[in-house]
Design a protein around this ligand. Structure first.
Ligand SMILES: N[C@@H](CCC(=O)N[C@@H](CS)C(=O)NCC(=O)O)C(=O)O
Length: 199
């Protein structure tokens, strides 16, 4: 088992604590976040974690990312890492209050603020596309042939992506999954335009 880590990384620190609590021994592979502009940004590490963030845990050839997901059992961990990529790393930084703050505090136009949102959404969706394509079994959804927490996070995020001018067609695996989700009443009936308060 290998933990890709940086000593000062608080997310890596969480995993180190969990491994210690479980009494699990693990080889540490240091990824220096500042040296040479950041080793996490190199292609070698991005092949391990397309999000270019530490930590990542390799166990039996399988790579897990997102600290809280790593601490979960294996299959569940993959789903959680996908869900958290969206819910923790994409959605919060293009949320309305953040965009309003960026706009007002730094005197930005709507166009500039939309570009901010696009940047973070595209960064997350391109990492998620790589993670989906790397799944050994594939399937109709983000993980396998039944919807999971990852799909529940993905479909609403794609609505935001389009609202801020991103083009999801760049991510064919994601768009195929979205279509499979929207074919299910649970997803289709929850769409914003179907809600009683829709404008
Ligand atoms: N939600 C992620 C956060 C991971 C994260 O943000 N890691 C930081 C170190 S604590 C990182 O790799 N930063 C590199 C960068 O911002 O380029 C997790 O819990 O694993």
């Amino acid at each position: 088992m290998k933990l890709y880590t940086f000593f000062r990384s608080s997310a890596s620190y969480r995993v180190r604590i969990a491994l210690n609590l479980k009494g699990l021994k693990c080889e540490q592979v240091p990824i220096h976040l500042r040296r040479g502009g950041g080793e996490q940004l190199g292609s070698a590490y991005k092949a391990i974690n397309p999000q270019a963030l530490v930590p990542a845990l390799e166990d039996g050839g399988r790579i897990l990312t997102q600290s809280l997901a790593i601490i979960d059992p294996a299959d569940k961990a993959v789903v959680r890492s996908m869900a958290m990529l969206i819910a923790c790393e994409v959605h919060p930084i293009q949320n309305l209050r953040v965009l309003n703050y960026v706009k007002a505090t730094y005197n930005q136009t709507d166009e500039q603020v939309n570009r901010w949102a696009q940047h973070w959404i595209d960064l997350g969706l391109s990492a998620l596309e790589s993670m989906i394509l790397a799944q050994p079994k594939g399937g109709k959804f983000c993980f396998g042939d039944a919807p999971t927490l990852a799909d529940i996070c993905l479909v609403p995020q794609l609505g935001n992506a389009r609202r801020y001018g991103c083009d999801p067609m760049q991510y064919p695996a994601i768009v195929a999954i979205e279509n499979n989700c929207l074919a299910l009443p649970a997803f289709a009936d929850a769409a914003p335009e179907k809600q009683p308060d829709a404008e």
